[in-house]
Design a protein around this ligand. Structure first.
Ligand code: BTN
Length: 307
C-alpha cells in the first residue's frame, strides 16, 4: 500500500482500510518508531522511503523449503549472545538446524574471549548442528563457515577476503566474525552439538566506538548499498549445509585458500614470533614459514597480518 515511488494520501489510506485518518496517522507514527522512514508531504500524502529488515518466519521457511536441513527459526529483538542462547537450546534437545537470530546483542562474543560489538541493524545468528563430528574437525567448521559466508556475499556481488581463521574482510577491514562452540562427548570422542555463530556488519553505525573505527567496517559504508539481512541469511544457510556436508572431503579449502587475506603475508603469532603464511593444512591449520626456514602449524590463537 505504501510505496517508495509514489505518494498516497491519508484520506485514500483511511478509505482503503476503513479506518479514520487519525488511525492512519497513528499507524504511521508506529511504523516510524519501528524504523520505517516515511515521508509525509502536505497535499500529496505519505511515501515509504525505506523499511527495516523485518523478521518474517513464513518468508524464511518458504525460502529454505528446498534445503535438506529442516531449518527452524527463533528470532529475538535482543539477546546477550545468540551463541549462549543456542547452546542452552542445544543442551535442552533443540533439533539440529535451529537458527537463533537477534536484532542486537548486549554481550556478543568473539574468539579468544574477545567481545563482538553488536549494535542494531546487522545480522547476528547462531546455528545448532548435531553432526557427531570428531573434535579434530572443529577448526574446519569455522573455516568452512567462513567459506559459506564468502560464497553467500559473492552471490550479492560483494567480494570479501577470508582472514584466518574466522573473519571476513572487505577493503582491509573486518566485516564478519565467526565463533564456533560446542559440547564435547568424551565417551564418543566427538561433538554432541555445535553452535556456529555468525555476525555480519551490514549498516553504517554512527555510534561505532572510536577504537573500532579503523578495524571494522560495514557493507553500507563500503558499497553504498545494503543487502536485506534475511535474504543474506537464507543464502548463507544454503551454502553452509552444502559445505558442512563436505567437511570430510575438505571441499571448502579451495574457496578458503583462493580468497585468503592471510596467505602470502607476514603474520605475527600471539607469542610474538613472525613468519610468512604459506598454506593451510586439511583441517584449516595455518602453515607459517619462519625466518630460519622451519615451518610451524597454527591451530589456536590468532595470526595478525603485519605486512
Ligand atoms: C570474532 O570476531 O572473533 C567472532 C565473532 C562472532 C560473532 C557472532 S555474532 C552471533 C554469534 N553470537 C555471539 O555472541 N558471537 C557470534
Amino acid at each position: 500500500m505504501l510505496h517508495a515511488e509514489s505518494y498516497i494520501s491519508g484520506a485514500e489510506l483511511a478509505a482503503d482500510c476503513q479506518v479514520s485518518r487519525t488511525a492512519v496517522w497513528k499507524v504511521m507514527e508506529q511504523l516510524r518508531a519501528e524504523g520505517c522512514q516515511i515521508e509525509s508531504v502536505p497535499h500529496k500524502g505519505y511515501r515509504l522511503v525505506s523499511q527495516p529488515d523485518l523478521f518474517c518466519e513464513s518468508y524464511l521457511k518458504r525460502a529454505v523449503k528446498e534445503c535438506r536441513t529442516n531449518w527452524q527459526f527463533r528470532h529475538f529483538k535482543e539477546l546477550d549472545s545468540t551463541n549462549n542462547f543456542a547452546k542452552e537450546l542445544a543442551a535442552h534437545d533443540a533439533p539440529s538446524g535451529t537458527v537463533v537470530i537477534a536484532d542486537q546483542q548486549t554481550a556478543g562474543k568473539g574468539r579468544i574471549g574477545k567481545s563482538f560489538y553488536s549494535p542494531k541493524g546487522n545480522l547476528y545468528f547462531s546455528v545448532i548442528e548435531k553432526l557427531a563430528l570428531p573434535i579434530a574437525h572443529m577448526m574446519s567448521v569455522t573455516a568452512c563457515t567462513a567459506a559459506a559466508v564468502f560464497l553467500a556475499l559473492k552471490q550479492f556481488g560483494v567480494m570479501t577476503q577470508i582472514k584466518w581463521v574466522n573473519d571476513l574482510f572487505l577493503n582491509q577491514k573486518k566485516i564478519c566474525g565467526i565463533l564456533s562452540e560446542g559440547s564435547f562427548n568424551a565417551e564418543l570422542l566427538s561433538m554432541d552439538y555445535l553452535v556456529i555463530g555468525i555476525g555480519i556488519n551490514l549498516r553504517h553505525d554512527p555510534g561505532c566506538p572510536e577504537e573500532l573505527r579503523s578495524i571494522i567496517t560495514d557493507l553500507e559504508t563500503e558499497t553504498g548499498t545494503c543487502i536485506n539481512k534475511y535474504d543474506l541469511l537464507i543464502e548463507i544457510l544454503k551454502q553452509l549445509e552444502i559445505l558442512l556436508d563436505e567437511i570430510p572431503a575438505h571441499s571448502y579449502l579451495d574457496i578458503y585458500t583462493k580468497n585468503s587475506y592471510t596467505l602470502g603475508h607476514t603474520v605475527r603469532m600471539d607469542n610474538g614470533t613472525e613468519g610468512t603464511a604459506i598454506g593451510f593444512t586439511e583441517d584449516a591449520g595455518l602453515i607459517i614459514r619462519l625466518s630460519d626456514g622451519t615451518e610451524q602449524i597454527l591451530r589456536t590463537g590468532s595470526a595478525t597480518v603485519i605486512d
